[in-house]
Design a binder for this molecule. Structure first.
Ligand code: ACG
Length: 449
C-alpha cells in the first residue's frame, strides 16, 4: 500500500510547526503500524509556495523540510523498515522564481528557449478546457504558457536540453535512494498531444529503469480511463481516477452495477487505486458514514493494482476542496486529540479537523472498530497476499446488492462485497451489512463490524 504524505502537514521535528523530513523519519513506527510499503511524499524540492508544486531548484531540498542529509537519513530509516520512497516531481513546469525563468525574463535567449512562448499565430485568449482559466501570461519578454498559472511557467520539452537536465535531476535523487516518482501533470508535457506525451514518458521510463529496474513510476493523468490506460503502459502505473469516483458513487448509491464497467475498462495491474488525494474533498466529507468508507477500502484492498491511502483518510479527516482554498484538504495531521504535542504540525489554522473532534491518532487508536483498525487489517491482508497486485479479476458480477468476483493469480480467491445495510447469505455464508467476505482455499476472511 502507498501512503501519500503532504510533508508540510505530517510531522514536525524541530518545533517550527512545519512538517519536515526528520519528522517522517520519526514517524516510521506509525507508517509500519498502518502497513504501508511505500510513502509518496509531495514535492520536497526548493519552492516558494506552501504546496511545493512550483520548483525553484530541483536539486535541493526545501529548507522548510530540512537538508539533503535529512533526506538521506529519511531514506535510510524508511529502507531499514521495509518502506520505499516515491518522490512527487512536477516536470511540466518550474516556479517563476526558478533561475532559468528569472534569466529568461531578463532576455537570456538560452533560458527563454526552455519555456513556451507565444508567437504571431498564438491565441493568447486560450483557456484550460476543464475550467476556462487562461493559460497564456504576459511578461516583458512576451506571452508565456503556464497551464497552472503565471507562477508556474511550462517547460518546452522540444528543447532537448530540458529533458536531459530533468533526467539528470531524477538520476541524482535515485542515486540518493529514491525508489520511484509520481509524475505530476503527466498529460500536460505536450499539451493536448497524448501520443507525444506517451512517447516522452516511455523514453523517461526506459532511461530511469536503466539506472534502477525496480523503480515505481506512477503517472498522474487525470482523464478518462481509455486515455489513462495508454499512459500507464508507457509509464508503468497511473492513478485510476475512474475507479476513485465510481467506487464512491457505487457505494453512496448502494448499486454495485456501477462498478462492473470500471473493473473491465481499467488495466488494474497498471493502476494505483485510490479514493481521494490532495486535489479533492476529504473522503469523510464525501462519505460521512464510516461503514461506507470501510467498504470502499475493502474494495480497494481486494482488487489487483496498488492501493493508495491519502494521509488522514485512515483517521476520518474532513475537508472541502476548493481550487481557491486547497489548504482545506491538507490540514495538519492530528497526532493528538488536543492537537498539541511532540511532532504536531500547526503551519495553518485548522478549520475542519479540530482538537477533540475524534479524528486524532490518539482517539482512533481507542476505537477498536474504527476505520483506522479496518485499514490496518486490510493492509495486513494485502501484505500476506502480495500476489493480488498482478492477478486477474474474473467472473465479476452482481447478485442484488452483492458485488462478487474472483481474483486469480498465484493463488485464487473469491470476494463478496455487500453494498447494503442488511446481512445477505451467499455461497453458504452470511455477508454482513457493508461487509466483505474473502473465500480462499483454506479459509474465510471477513471484514465486517
Ligand atoms: C496536479 C497536482 C496538483 C498541482 C498540479 C500543478 C498538478 O496534483 O496538486 O496543483 O503542479 C488538472 C491537471 C492535474 C492537476 C489538477 C489540479 N493536478 O491535469 O495534473 O488539474 C479535469 C481535467 C484534468 C484536471 C481536473 C482538475 O481533465 O486535467 O486536472 O479536471 O479538476 C472526470 C474527467 C476528468 C476531469 C475530472 C474532474 O474524472 O474524466 O478529465 O478532470 O472529471 O472534472 C498545484 C497545487 C494547487 C495549485 C496548482 C496551481 O497543488 O494547490 O492550485 O498547483
Amino acid at each position: 500500500m502507498i501512503y501519500e504524505i503532504f510533508v508540510r502537514s505530517f510531522r514536525d521535528s524541530n518545533g517550527d510547526g512545519i512538517g519536515d523530513l526528520n519528522g517522517i523519519s520519526q514517524s516510521v513506527d506509525y507508517l509500519k503500524e498502518i502497513g504501508c510499503s511505500y510513502v509518496w511524499i509531495t514535492p520536497i524540492f526548493a519552492s516558494p509556495s506552501f504546496h511545493g508544486y512550483d520548483i525553484s531548484d530541483f536539486l535541493s531540498v526545501n529548507p522548510c523540510f530540512g537538508t539533503i542529509d535529512d533526506f538521506n537519513n529519511m531514506v535510510q530509516t524508511l529502507h531499514r523498515n521495509g518502506i520505499r520512497v516515491i518522490l512527487d516531481i512536477p516536470l511540466n513546469h518550474t516556479s517563476s522564481q526558478h533561475e532559468w525563468f528569472q534569466k529568461a525574463l531578463l532576455g537570456d535567449d538560452v533560458c527563454k528557449s526552455r519555456y513556451v512562448w507565444a508567437n504571431s499565430s498564438t491565441n493568447i485568449e486560450e483557456v484550460r478546457p476543464w475550467d476556462n482559466v487562461p493559460v497564456w501570461h504576459s511578461s516583458l519578454q512576451g506571452y508565456y504558457h503556464g497551464t497552472f498559472g503565471g507562477s508556474m511557467p511550462d517547460l518546452d520539452y522540444s528543447n532537448s536540453f530540458v529533458l536531459e537536465y530533468m533526467l539528470d535531476v531524477m538520476k541524482f535523487w535515485v542515486k540518493r535512494g529514491a525508489d520511484g516518482f509520481r509524475f505530476d501533470a503527466a498529460k500536460h508535457i505536450f499539451e493536448y498531444d497524448h501520443q507525444k506525451n506517451i512517447d516522452f514518458w516511455r523514453n523517461v521510463s526506459e532511461c530511469l529503469k536503466a539506472v534502477n529496474p525496480d523503480l515505481m513510476l506512477i503517472g498522474e493523468v487525470w482523464d478518462h480511463p481509455e486515455v489513462v490506460k495508454s499512459y500507464s503502459q508507457a509509464i508503468g502505473y497511473c492513478f485510476s481516477f475512474d475507479l476513485a469516483s465510481l467506487i464512491k458513487e457505487a457505494i453512496l448509491k448502494g448499486d454495485p452495477q456501477i462498478l462492473l464497467g470500471a473493473i473491465s475498462r481499467n488495466s488494474l495491474t497498471h493502476s494505483v487505486l485510490f479514493l481521494t488525494n490532495h486535489d479533492a474533498s476529504r473522503l469523510a466529507t464525501q462519505m460521512k458514514d464510516e461503514r461506507l468508507r470501510k467498504l470502499a477500502f475493502q474494495i480497494l484492498f481486494t482488487l489487483p493494482g496498488v492501493p493508495c491511502l491519502y494521509y488522514g483518510e485512515e483517521l476520518g479527516m474532513k475537508g472541502e476542496y476548493s481550487p481557491f482554498f486547497t489548504e482545506h484538504v491538507i490540514e495538519p495531521f492530528p497526532w493528538y486529540e488536543a492537537l498539541h504535542g511532540k511532532g504536531q504540525t500547526m503551519w495553518k489554522a485548522v478549520m475542519y479537523n479540530t482538537g477533540f473532534s475524534g479524528v486524532s491518532v490518539e482517539e482512533n487508536r481507542k476505537r477498536e472498530n474504527s476505520l483506522f483498525w479496518r485499514i490496518k487489517s486490510l493492509a495486513r491482508f494485502r501484505k500476506l497476499n502480495g500476489w493480488i497486485q498482478n492477478a486477474l479479476v474474473e467472473n465479476y458480477r452482481c447478485e442484488g446488492p452483492l458485488l462478487i468476483y474472483d481474483i486469480h493469480g498465484a493463488r485464487k480467491i473469491s470476494v463478496i462485497h455487500n453494498f447494503s445495510d442488511s446481512p445477505i447469505s451467499c455461497q453458504e455464508s452470511a455477508v454482513g451489512p457493508w461487509s466483505t467476505l474473502v473465500i480462499a482455499a483454506d479459509e474465510h476472511i471477513v471484514f465486517s463490524d
